[in-house]
Write a protein that binds this ligand. Structure first.
Ligand SMILES: [Zn+2]
Length: 353
């Protein structure tokens, strides 16, 4: 797989092609951008470009080095990956990195260390890494992969070259989903919009059947009232706790739920404020195009201020999810607040789903 197969990141591909050609590589990089943009894949591609035995157009993908890099078993490429059950990268992993970095490469002329979820290093691990990056041995490269820079120490960021990955265009994501899954449908269309430019997230959403869950959420919200609010909250929580092991996974799933709710009210809002341009066509596309009729009815029945208040409530709950709050209470409170704000409606007939 040559560099140019990295989706929508031409600025990064060009930068590294140039840096390799001119031997201007920095010893430490941070690859940053939301999950699912190809940061880890690109770290692998860069490693291949540096270690391939037939460096034609970057790398060949078929030599012994390329194959071992793909399979994570090249002795001079060291991956430090957060264990699923852990909240933080263990200090032992960074100490091990520090020790290995001090040794010579096993068989290549360089060593590469890739640290995934680098923003999940605590103070102790960060300091240990900082020391290692500050005193690099020659031909040693560090690649820190982080969804955001906000939890990385400023002293680490300042010693690395920051490479920012851009969200992938919706159409590019849709084409990839159709090609890789060999099918097309409403779920593909929805996932390519809902994933916010992350191909990885689009695949996850489809794998977890989130399109169907989104349809259930729209149905529930369109029929929400002060009598069924707690039942509705319980249902939402049941959806999220069924298949996940850790609290972290439940929170992540609930975040997807809250985003579904947010986009439902966003669709209502754009109908409310008028969504047609001079030619009479819709200016913004709906996330829930398959529920157009329901959304239209709700937008007519709900006051603009109420819609804005509901959106604020959901945004606030999304923020609270990152704190150590009781998720059951959070969802119950949110649904109750929305049900109070909502006009008391008869459930409209959904047009599909
Ligand atoms: Zn190769």
């Amino acid at each position: 797989m040559p560099f140019n197969s990295i989706l929508s990141q031409e600025h990064i591909v060009d930068y590294f092609r140039h840096a390799i050609e001119n031997q201007h590589l920095s010893h430490a990089y941070i690859f940053t951008g939301q999950k699912g943009l190809g940061k880890t894949l690109f770290a692998k591609e860069l490693a291949k470009a540096l270690m391939c035995q037939n460096k034609k157009n970057g790398h060949c993908d078929i030599c012994r080095n390329c194959i071992r890099i793909d399979e994570h078993r090249h002795p001079d490429i060291h991956w430090k990956i957060l264990d699923k059950k852990d909240k933080f990268l263990k200090i032992e992993k960074i100490r091990d990195l520090q020790y290995t970095a001090s040794l010579s490469a096993v068989e290549s002329n360089c060593k590469i260390f890739v640290i995934k979820d680098a923003e999940r290093m605590n103070e102790e691990a960060s300091n240990c890494l900082l020391k290692t990056i500050e005193e690099p041995t020659s031909n040693t490269f560090f690649i820190l992969i982080a969804n955001s820079l906000s939890h990385l120490k400023e002293t680490i960021i300042s010693r690395c070259q920051v490479i920012r990955f851009k969200p992938i265009h919706t159409k590019v994501i849709k084409d990839q989903l159709i090609r890789k899954l060999n099918c097309d449908g409403e779920d593909i269309e929805w996932a390519s919009k809902f994933c916010c430019g992350s191909l990885g997230k689009a695949f996850e959403l489809l794998e977890e059947g989130f399109f169907k869950k989104n349809n259930d959420i729209v149905k529930r919200l369109s029929g929400l009232n002060a009598e069924n609010n707690l039942i509705c909250a319980k249902e939402f929580l049941t959806f999220s706790s069924g298949t996940f092991n850790s609290l972290e996974e439940i929170r992540q799933d609930l975040k997807n739920f809250l985003n579904c709710m947010l986009l439902y009210y966003r669709d209502i809002l754009i109908f409310k404020i008028g969504n047609t341009n001079d030619t009479g066509k819709e200016s913004l596309s709906l996330f829930n195009a398959n529920h157009r009729k329901v959304i239209q009815i709700q937008s007519k029945r709900t006051d603009l201020n109420i819609i804005m208040k509901i959106i604020d409530e959901i945004l606030l709950s999304i923020t609270y999810l990152d704190y150590n709050v009781n998720v059951n209470l959070l969802i119950e409170n949110l649904i109750t607040r929305i049900s109070i704000l909502h006009p008391n409606l008869e459930e409209p007939e959904p047009d599909s789903c």
